[in-house]
Design a protein around this ligand. Structure first.
Ligand SMILES: *Cc1c(COP(=O)(O)O)cnc(C)c1O
Length: 462
């Protein structure tokens, strides 16, 4: 038996048909979408790797649990069930649900911004996190290790903080001006790269020294725990849940988009270790945005599904298959010479498009070009994570310089098979082999905030 990539640890008992389009159809569909894959209809996509967020398949246990979800406003049974699961996993005292990760960011991040000119520091802020830091009147600074940007370098924890730089930043900006340190695990924007336990612990020690709160951005905290188990000495024989609890012990707050490692289609979490005052502030802030603190934009059914999904995502066999399937796709691309972030991350394969299309300058969005090319080639939808996503500096209005121009192929959880990954690999390899034909793009409309979602483009003909 081939154990290099373990087979799906599930049988499929409900299917959703998908449809291939012709190349001619796709040319028209993409043009009508303003050459922005976000504007495509998902039914016009054959294999949809736009995101792993809210796109996973729920289990029979989750669907079953939804039947007992009660009406949720104040103090529903479903809330208390979810609360006990979250407290059990994190070891924290306080919990409130929110509708998704950015809801948690909107409610929580302003609480620590107590004056003008403050900063959040993260390994790398996710795009909505960065947006909410800025909306809260603070600035976002990234502080990841240099190795992260060398895609060929084999490093087990490319999501790690640069500890020397972190301490320098705190001294330079003044500890009283640091609102908090956000540990993004895994580090989404850098390729789903994990952060080691030793690094989390060291960040916490630095934070304690300066009396700065630490926050886990835990969208993929279970995948991060699996990598720790696989790669970090001393964790080989630990249970995933114990690794997760240790991760949480190095933070004061846990924010989560449950649409990833919560294995649900909608949901989010704010959990606070022991700061009652902070919890009370969030309880007040959550009401106008998300809803009463015992439902936070979710209904009882959502909370039931999440209570089950959180535990399923800590199952080691589930996690092994999850990571194997992503690695299977990445290994195929790497073997064909396609430049990818290596080692392959937890939720996605990241193709480096600066190297794939060196003739396209960053301002012409090389990763958008490759993304559009694989849609035209095979109806596969991916997403640009580069200059377009990074946006403009709020002070100078210049494009923020971007080290890597990535195309992310995000794999939904429990949805596609290894055979689908073959189709994806063939398409990307084809585009790679014809990379000289790739063209850059220019704006026909540039959206002022989170511009990658809604801007439109045209190809630059030369
Ligand atoms: C998805 C994500 C978020 C935002 O969550 P949403 O549920 O999409 O609002 C925040 N941080 C990270 C690391 C994420 O991956």
């Amino acid at each position: 038996m081939n154990k290099k990539y373990i087979a799906e640890p599930y049988r499929i008992k409900m299917v959703e048909p998908i449809r291939e389009t012709t190349r001619k159809e796709r040319e028209m569909l993409l043009k009508n979408a303003g050459y922005n894959p976000f504007s495509l209809r998902s039914e016009d996509v054959y294999i949809d790797l736009l995101t792993d967020s809210g796109t996973g398949a729920m289990s029979q246990e989750q669907w079953g649990a939804m039947m007992v979800g009660d009406e949720a406003y104040a103090g529903s049974r479903s809330f208390f069930k979810l609360e006990s699961v979250v407290k059990n996993i994190t070891g924290y005292q306080y919990f409130m649900p929110v509708h998704q990760g950015r809801g948690a960011e909107q409610v929580f991040l302003p609480q620590l911004v107590t004056k003008k000119g403050m900063f959040y520091i993260s390994n790398i802020h996710f795009d909505t996190t960065r947006a909410h830091v800025e909306l809260a009147g603070a600035r976002a600074i990234d502080c990841v290790i240099e190795e992260c940007f060398n895609i060929d370098l084999d490093h087990p924890f490319k999501g790690n903080f640069d500890l020397v730089h972190l301490e320098k930043l705190i001294l330079e900006k003044g500890k009283e001006n640091i609102a908090g340190i956000i540990m993004t695990i895994t580090n989404n924007s850098a390729g789903g790269q994990p952060v080691s336990m030793a690094n989390l612990k060291a960040v916490k020690e630095i934070a304690n020294k300066f009396n700065i709160p630490t926050i886990i951005d835990g969208a993929r905290y279970a995948e991060n725990a699996f990598f720790i188990k696989e790669r970090e000495k001393g964790y080989e024989n630990k249970a995933i849940i114990d690794i997760v609890r240790e991760e949480c012990s190095y933070a004061d707050v846990f924010l989560m988009s449950a649409k990833k490692d919560g294995l649900v289609n909608m949901g989010g979490i704010i959990a606070i270790k022991d700061n009652e005052q902070l919890y009370n502030q969030c309880r007040v802030a959550v009401i106008p945005y998300e809803g009463f603190p015992t439902y936070g934009g979710l209904n009882g059914r959502d909370m039931e599904a999440l209570a089950v999904g959180l535990m399923e995502a800590l199952d080691e066999t589930y996690l092994r298959h999850r990571i194997d399937q992503v690695r299977y796709l990445g290994d195929k691309l790497k073997a064909a010479g396609v430049p990818i972030q290596y080692p392959i991350g937890g939720h996605a394969v990241f193709v480096e498009c600066k190297r794939m299309a060196p003739h396209i300058p960053s301002e012409q969005f090389p990763a958008l070009s490759v993304t559009n090319a694989i849609y035209l080639e095979a109806g596969i939808r991916a997403v640009e994570i580069g200059t377009l996503l990074l946006g403009r500096d709020p002070d100078t209005h210049e494009n923020i310089p971007c080290v890597l121009e990535l195309m992310r192929l995000a794999i939904p959880r429990r949805v596609y098979t290894y055979r689908h990954m073959d189709v994806v690999a063939d398409a990307v390899i084809h585009v790679y082999q014809h990379r000289n034909e790739l063209k850059g793009y220019e704006f026909t409309y540039e959206s002022p905030i989170l511009r990658h979602f809604t801007s439109t483009f045209q190809p630059i003909e030369n």
